[in-house]
Design a protein around this ligand. Structure first.
Ligand code: ZN
Length: 279
């Protein structure tokens, strides 16, 4: 297991961590000030300044782009909706390739509006990813399926465990893998076995960290800084690294009433410190 206690930590900053007020430029400059070497931008931050300018800004700073957030949202009530989803995912792939992102994170989508058919939603997710794979291979961007905590099954993602995501990968073949987010998977009794399985299949494309607060005020926007909550992040990273993952640890904290209210430099200092001590 890599030693994070001294020297620079291999951190990737997910831009959402700085909150809705921070721009891509704020994130890039903050990374440089705090010795963070990689960025995982959200597409709205790219769109705000345009793809070419975003690529220039990140490239000039010498930052790696670990992943682009996000594609997915495949299920839709009708064919036109699914076509629109595909077109949006193609744009996301183009953006990821232009930014040099190693993967496009897929938040796959939940139930289409008006539907109670979860099995059909899951079928549409598989069909959506399968329909995107040739394009992803052409763009040389890997698709990283991110299983989300089951509480999100209706609205955000009907892929809810690492095992389920890996079953999908097995059926889809090359070019697709998983983003393992500690916040979403820490509770899973089958997690250790599935991490080992993901590693031996070469499917681990990203590892995201934050912490699970007790009590949790909001499952969407009350994530903790590493060490503030109950996830045994060091043990989790040990398992993921034992499985072969050696990429940056992506810090992704949605914290509307706490961290997002703080200045960028305070958030980034806390990230570096808590990665050293707790991640
Ligand atoms: Zn994540």
């Amino acid at each position: 297991m890599r030693d994070f206690s001294s020297g620079p930590c291999p951190i990737a900053l997910n831009t959402a961590t700085l909150g809705p007020r921070a721009s891509l430029k704020d994130a890039v400059e903050g990374c440089l000030r705090h010795g963070i070497g990689a960025l995982s931008p959200w597409r709205d931050r790219i769109a705000a300044i345009g793809l070419a300018e975003a690529a220039r800004l990140i490239g000039d700073a010498g930052l790696a782009v670990s992943s682009l957030c996000r594609g997915g949202m495949f299920p839709a009530p009708d064919a036109a909706g699914r076509r629109a989803a595909r077109e949006d995912n193609l744009r996301a792939l183009d953006e990821a390739a232009t930014l040099g992102a190693q993967s496009l994170v897929l938040v796959v989508g939940g139930l289409p509006s008006g539907s109670k058919n979860l099995a059909e939603a899951r079928r549409q997710v598989e069909e959506g990813i399968a329909g995107l794979l040739d394009d992803a291979r052409k763009f040389r961007v890997r698709l990283a399926i991110e299983p989300l905590h089951p509480v999100y099954a209706a609205e955000r993602a009907c892929v809810n465990t690492l095992g389920q995501a890996l079953d999908l990968c097995d059926r889809l073949g090359a070019g697709v893998g998983v983003a393992i987010d500690a916040y979403h998977v820490w509770w899973d009794p089958d997690l250790s076995r599935q991490i080992a399985r993901a590693g031996s299949a070469g499917r681990i494309l990203g590892y995201h960290v934050s912490d699970w607060m007790v009590p949790t005020a909001s499952v969407l926007n009350d994530r903790g800084m590493m060490g503030e909550g109950v996830i045994d992040l060091k043990s989790l990273r040990a398992e993921i690294e034992t499985a072969g993952f050696d990429g940056p640890v992506e810090v992704e904290i949605f914290s509307q009433n706490n961290w997002w209210t703080r200045p960028v430099d305070e958030i980034l200092s806390a990230i570096v410190q808590s990665c050293r001590n707790h991640a």
